[in-house]
Design a protein around this ligand. Structure first.
Ligand code: 0PR
Length: 385
């Protein structure tokens, strides 16, 4: 006879599955607007294995702490961080940016954030949370921060300048090298938001693409935030903030009397070791070579998509820098709605009058072949074509 407990469990899981079926899933290939992906199979396995760990109390789990240190070392190497640097695990790009702005505010005692108009909306949260002011710099025709305009906006009250290495809307890279020089000369904290591009640019370089420098080899770069749950092929939630000088983390540390470590840096207290173990497993498995192949394949699909879209008679906002494409439309909202009705998820960028496609590792040329006629029909129906 089946026990009442078994029946109870079955019912709960039936309900969970029923609700889950309403979700779009990455494996369907129909999510074309997200910056996340199906986690690598190894990430899934490691995640479950480390479910009970808490890196907020590191002495309870010295083994997981060691995994965290090794993962930070991997990220630091990828970003050419100097020996003086330190890394802080975060939940993703939002927390990475919050933590960087927190450090910049603490170190400078100032409140102004100078950033490109293209910066992610997490900075709006930061302004509100930390009582900071955003000074937006327009972008050039190439959709990157205008350095000449930036120079005019830097003042005695500037706490920090932010540059993007892979913008949310178009995947563009700001002139990080020039910004680094300006900030070094003015002694201003310079944060690079590489949430998306951090796991793309190093491998594009490996593949001999001409992409600008963005990492700690540039003298003025003070911190970089990079997400593993985007192009790192790992599980949500995981990002890393790397800072040039270890002691800067002291500015966001407090005494932590109830736990095993004397001080705790950063926003979170209790935090899972599972995403860290998952990301470490993926990094160990793929290595630089695996990530390079992955980026090469994403770029191959990007070029193919670009060609197929242009063949339809649609225009791109710009030649893509990485695996993010903006397709110019008069009514992006209507097209997104039509696509959604047909089971395809694409994001709209009203500000640039375009839709954004992100060619993540799960998107193949076959998926694009399925998508193109649906896009064509949607565009015809709303009068775009
Ligand atoms: N910085 C940049 C440059 C980003 O693109 C993003 C997110 C963040 C910071 C914030 O990162 P977290 O969301 O990890 O905190 N950019 C994507 C966006 O807002 C995130 C995203 C991911 C959106 C998956 C949709 C989606 O399905 O478009």
């Amino acid at each position: 006879m089946v026990s009442t407990d078994t029946i109870k469990r079955q019912k709960i899981f039936q309900e969970l599955r029923r609700l889950q079926q309403r979700d779009f899933c990455f494996s369907s290939g129909h999510i074309l607007g997200s910056m996340c992906t199906v986690p690598h199979p190894l990430a899934r396995e490691a995640y479950v294995q480390f479910l009970e760990t808490n890196l907020g109390d590191p002495e309870l789990c010295p083994g997981t702490k060691e995994i965290e240190s090794r993962y930070i070392a991997f990220i630091s190497n990828l970003l050419h961080a100097p020996k003086t640097s330190a890394g802080q695990i975060v939940s993703g790009g939002t927390e990475g940016n919050i933590t960087a702005m927190w450090i910049a505010k603490q170190l400078s005692g100032k409140k102004e954030i100078v950033l490109p108009k293209s910066a992610h909306f997490s900075f709006q949260k930061i302004a509100s949370l930390m009582d900071m002011k955003l000074v937006e710099i327009p972008v050039t025709n190439e959709y990157t921060m205008d350095v000449q305009l930036l120079k005019k906006k830097i003042r005695r009250t500037t706490a920090v300048v932010v540059g993007l290495a892979g913008s949310t809307e178009l995947g563009t890279i700001d002139p990080i090298s020039e910004l680094s020089d300006v900030c070094a000369e003015e002694h201003i904290f310079f944060h690079v938001d590489a949430a998306f591009g951090g796991f793309v640019i190093p491998f594009l370089k490996e593949l001999a693409y001409k992409v600008p420098d963005f990492d700690f080899r540039l003298r003025g770069v003070c911190s970089i935030s990079i997400d593993s749950h985007k192009m790192g092929y790992a599980a949500i939630p995981l990002g890393t903030l790397v800072v040039r000088k270890k002691q800067w983390l002291g500015s966001i540390s407090v005494d932590s009397p109830y736990i095993s470590s004397e001080k705790q840096a950063g926003m979170l207290g209790t935090r899972s070791g599972a995403p860290v173990a998952a990301a470490y497993a993926v990094a160990q498995y793929l290595g630089y070579e695996g990530y390079t192949q992955m980026v090469a394949s994403c770029m191959d699909v990007t070029r193919y998509t670009e060609k197929r879209i242009e063949e339809l008679g649609l225009r791109l906002v710009m030649k893509p820098t990485m695996n993010v494409l903006g397709v110019k439309l008069k009514k992006p909202g209507l097209v997104v709605k039509k696509l959604s009705e047909n089971g395809w998820r694409v994001n709209k960028v009203e500000r640039l009058s375009c839709i954004r496609l992100v060619l993540m590792p799960q998107i193949t040329k076959q998926i694009i072949d399925e998508f193109i006629p649906v896009l064509q029909k949607a565009c015809q129906e709303v009068g775009e074509l």
